[in-house]
Design a protein around this ligand. Sequence first.
Ligand SMILES: *[C@@H]1O[C@H](CO)[C@@H](O)[C@H](O)[C@H]1NC(C)=O
Ligand SMILES: CC(=O)N[C@H]1CO[C@H](CO)[C@@H](O)[C@@H]1O
Ligand SMILES: CC(=O)N[C@H]1CO[C@H](CO)[C@@H](O)[C@@H]1O
Length: 282
Amino acid sequence: ASGLLRRSPGPALSLRHRGLGPRGAKALALSLMVDTSILTLDLSDNWLQGEGAAAVAEMLKENCYISAVDLSDNKLGVEGAKAFSAMLLENTTIVSLQLSGNEFDDQAAKYLADAITANSKVEILDLSYNMFGDKAGEILGTAIAENIGLKELKISWNHFHSQGAAALVKGLGSNIFLKVLDVSYNGFGNSGAAALGEALKANNVLEELNVRNNRISVEGALHIAAGLKENKTLKRLNMTRNPIQSEGCCGVLKALQANSGTGIEILDLPLTVFWQHSEEFV
Ligand SMILES: *[C@@H]1O[C@H](CO)[C@@H](O)[C@H](O)[C@H]1NC(C)=O
Ligand SMILES: CC(=O)N[C@H]1CO[C@H](CO)[C@@H](O)[C@@H]1O
Ligand SMILES: CC(=O)N[C@H]1CO[C@H](CO)[C@@H](O)[C@@H]1O
């Protein structure tokens, strides 16, 4: 690991799929502790587990040059979440953090929520492909409401369903920084969509929202439409792969038609048979 580091000039160190494991991570972390040239670190898919994550986290507490870290697909689990959260409570250099695919569950969410609440430096956070459920929705929602730094949050491919989804996006209403939110491939359903609609009414910073594949049907689409009617900032909305039917599509379009101040530039609706109403919107 330290040999690789010596042979890798430049500000970006990418060691994906190298099978580093916890031991490799420890060796690498030791070398990086005093390094001043590396600014971005990609250790995705290295089976680091909690132990390897702890070594990397300790290193990041000392190193004040690395600002972007990718630790996706490393089986970090609760132990990894705890180590990274502790690091984020101290360190203020990290701006971009990719932690997708790390088996984070509701217990891991508790640790991450502490970091999201207190850390105001991280702007890009990817927590997609984890195992967050409804409890995590509540905990992370509260953290999102209080966070004052995140601009982009990806939390797609988790297990947020109705109640948990609603709790998660409730925080969005009070958030005043987040510009991009990706909650695609969860199970929001209509109650999650209703909460999104409410959040859109209150939020005046969000620019991009992805709710692709969330079991949102007509009722949910109309809730989102009600939010769109009272929102100026949203520019890109992805509602594909939801059974919102022609009625839901028309509801969304009518809401935008009624809102002269809408900021929508790109709208992606599911393929559906709504051509029979299309003359109304030409
Ligand atoms: C919506 O998601 C699909 C699939 O990821 C993508 O092809 C499309 O470009 C997205 N639309 C928008 C507006 O982002
Ligand atoms: C740049 C940065 O945030 N580094 C800090 C990480 O945490 C340690 C321990 O609190 C500080 O000493 C560093 O300054
Ligand atoms: C929070 C916010 O800015 N809401 C606005 C969204 O857009 C509508 C209509 O343009 C305004 O009336 C709201 O004040």
